[in-house]
Write a protein that binds this ligand. Structure first.
Ligand code: IVH
Length: 669
């Protein structure tokens, strides 16, 4: 193929992929199987790699992320991002409608929209290409999060149809409820703290420095306003639907997500409908937004200092109900953490029946001053996880405080609570049946060793029959032992054995995750595996080496050190190694051995590379990273604004100082 043919081929592939993407993420009507989509994407990836002269930052291959950002740049908005006047009462809405009519002196059309509960975004398009995406920031200036916005599949990278050459579209980025629940389920499994609500998660995700991670989080976006071009249409409603033809995801008329009305009854009907039906939406809304449709009328109404007079938000009140606290039970997690759970008299809240609510820890119970038989106030934090926010003390019948248990409800061991920690723990790691079973469940879970055909019930059964007491025992299970279990068919037994065998091929990072080290979730396991390559180096790592790994702080580092200090963990690892599990990352091509055996520290900021890139270069050339300068340090790679005391210390200890350029020279000689 000559250059022109290659370029044509690349462009055709991009167009096809964009069209399939649009059909899937915006129209919800897939036009190709996932498998065939991946084949096309891989073909494009290969061509782009082979012919970098045709690279394009808006290629569909950029949807998966990959680039790391040092820091987001601040940019000025094309026009200020205003906020909306809020109202919580229907009277205020009636007043707002009357005020609009009075100023306009004529009737007007109102557009009723959902108020998406996420993060505002302003996206500029130039010549049909996504150019820049800014967060709201302070309204005047926002952060440039373009790289992350590119990973959101429902936001077009390249427009279609008859789009204006330069314009800005504004909307809300959010995390669908289902994704939020999935993410939290994974975090729970990993023993990590749960995300509070979809809005915070969306906002945190959008500002992550690793765009690949953003791509995996499943953000979504609805657009609600277009700026900066003279629409041939004379109203907001019509323009929004015009943008649909350019490839944007806009609210669905048929689903009543957007409506036009000329009277207050229509407005009230919309408010009423969504305050009752919001729970059925796949994403969260915190109210509805009312806008005067006609652009000329909008201009007449004008804006105040902060918000337009032509729009208003009606916000739903957070739903709160009272119910009776029946009892408090205490759950034991796989790491031994004790979580108190309130058992409530069933009550309707936010579209579901709530029977239980987490009480988090002993401090929370104390803060609420919870007594037996109290009437408690329950709210849905972020509409999903119910929480107890208070007690109706006027209905209090008993002064008996809810005591926190002293012994493990499963094995009766005395609980411990470490200094500075909120959680109580059962320390009987080797004897507490709930912890042992929990550890096996975690080990076999999909993201870890993915051993199929072993549900909670079967694990329980095997545990009770003393066939397994830890993950290693799985590998000596025999067919006759499995088939002897209740309701176990021959085929299932064989499948289970097959699945156990297959788990020996699972890569190191997932085995590491499966070991269930406290605070070592999937992401941390990945970072550890990459930094240390194998279990031996990780086991021998000291605090400093652990802290040098990105995202590893004191808490995680100490938990890792503590894990490897325990002989039974080493015994488990040795056993699993004997069975043939992967405890080493597959050999990745190294750039060189120029830093082999050298301990490097980096400090300051760099010009050509980000800190993460420098770290990666050190590792790819055989070097080891440490967090601070010591007598063992060989090189201090010093960027600009490095502190003088650090420089002095390095000089005193005879550590070789390298500037960014010297470092690059050293590894590229
Ligand atoms: S219009 C001039 N429409 O609510 C104001 N905003 O303070 C332009 N929001 O963070 C905003 N859904 O991101 C508008 N359908 C909708 C919206 C919406 C959510 C957010 C917006 C901003 C806040 C308003």
């Amino acid at each position: 193929m000559d250059n022109l043919e290659i370029q044509t081929k690349i462009e055709q592939l991009r167009k096809d992929l964009n069209d399939h993407n649009y059909a899937y993420y915006v129209l919800n009507t897939p036009t190709i199987s996932d498998y065939n989509f991946d084949i096309l994407l891989k073909e494009l990836e290969a061509l782009e790699e082979q012919y970098p002269q045709f690279a394009d930052s808006n290629s569909p291959t950029k949807r998966v992320g990959g680039d790391l950002t040092k820091k987001f740049q601040t940019q000025k908005h094309s026009s200020p991002m205003l906020s909306l006047a809020n109202s919580y009462s229907q009277e205020e809405i009636i007043e707002w409608v009357a005020r609009c009519q009075k100023i306009l002196g004529e009737s007007s059309e109102f557009v009723c929209e959902l108020k998406y509960d996420g993060v505002a975004i302003a996206i500029q398009y130039r010549n049909g290409q996504l150019f820049q995406a800014l967060t709201r920031g302070d309204g005047e200036k926002g952060e440039d999060v373009t790289i992350n916005v590119r990973t959101i599949r429902s936001i077009p990278l390249t427009l279609k149809g008859d789009f204006p050459l330069n314009f800005e579209i504004r909307g809300e980025i959010f995390m669908p409820k289902k994704r939020f629940e999935e993410l939290n389920k994974i975090r729970e499994l990993q023993g990590e703290g749960l995300f509070a609500n979809p809005r915070n998660t969306a906002s945190g995700t959008l500002k992550m420095l690793d765009s690949r991670e953003v791509a995996s989080r499943g953000l979504d976006c609805y657009l609600y306003g277009i700026q900066g071009f003279q629409s041939s249409e004379k109203g907001h409603y019509q323009t929004v639907f015009l943008a649909k033809n350019w490839g944007f995801k806009v609210p669905d008329y048929a689903k009543r997500m957007i409506e036009k009305t000329t009277n207050i009854e229509g407005v009230m009907d919309f408010i009423d409908y969504w305050s009752h039906n919001k729970f059925h939406l796949p994403f969260e809304i915190d109210g509805v937004v009312l806008k005067v449709n006609d652009y000329a009328q909008q201009q007449l109404l004008g804006i105040t200092a902060k918000s337009p007079r032509w729009a208003i938000a009606y916000k739903f009140k957070t739903e709160r109900v009272e119910t009776l606290l029946n009892s408090v039970s205490f759950q034991v997690g796989r790491t031994g953490a004790i979580t108190p759970v309130a058992n409530l008299a069933p009550v309707q809240l936010g579209g579901t029946t709530v029977k239980r609510a987490s009480l988090h820890n002993a401090d929370q119970i104390e803060k609420l001053d919870l007594c037996q038989g109290d009437v408690v106030l329950v709210e849905k934090g972020g509409e999903i996880i119910p929480k107890i926010v208070g007690v109706n003390t006027s209905l209090r019948k008993s002064q008996i405080r809810i005591p926190f248990i002293e012994n493990c409800p499963q094995c009766n061991t005395l609980l411990i609570r470490k200094e500075g920690e909120a959680q109580h723990y059962c320390p009987n790691e080797l004897g507490c049946p709930t912890q042992l079973k929990g550890k096996i469940m975690h080990f076999i879970s999909r993201m870890a060793l993915n051993i199929d055909g072993l549900g909670e019930e079967t694990v329980e059964l095997m545990f009770d029959k003393q066939l397994i007491k830890n993950p290693l025992d799985l590998y000596s299970l025999r067919f006759d032992q499995i088939i002897s279990l209740d309701r176990m068919a021959e085929k299932s037994a064989n499948n289970l054995l097959k699945s156990i065998e297959l788990s020996k091929k699972i890569p190191f990072e997932r085995v590491l995750f499966g070991m269930g080290i406290r605070y070592v979730g999937q992401t941390v396991a990945k970072k550890l595996a990459k930094a240390f390559q194998n279990i031996e180096s990780l086991k021998d790592a000291d605090l400093e080496q652990l802290l040098a790994v990105e995202e590893i702080g004191e808490k995680i580092a100490h938990s890792i050190l503590n894990y490897f200090e325990q002989a039974h963990h080493i015994e488990l690892i040795r056993g699993l190694q004997k069975e043939g599990l992967q405890f080493e990352l597959e050999e990745k091509s190294k750039d060189s051995n120029k830093l082999e055996g050298k301990s490097c520290v980096i400090s300051g900021t760099f010009e050509t590379f980000s800190r993460e890139e420098i770290k990666e270069l050190i590792e790819r050339n055989g070097g080891k990273l440490a967090s601070s300068v010591s007598s063992k340090t060989d090189y201090l790679v010093a960027g600009s604004n490095i502190g003088p005391s650090k420089m002095q210390k390095a000089t005193d200890l005879g550590v070789t100082l390298l500037s960014e350029n010297q470092f690059i020279q050293l590894i590229s000689q």
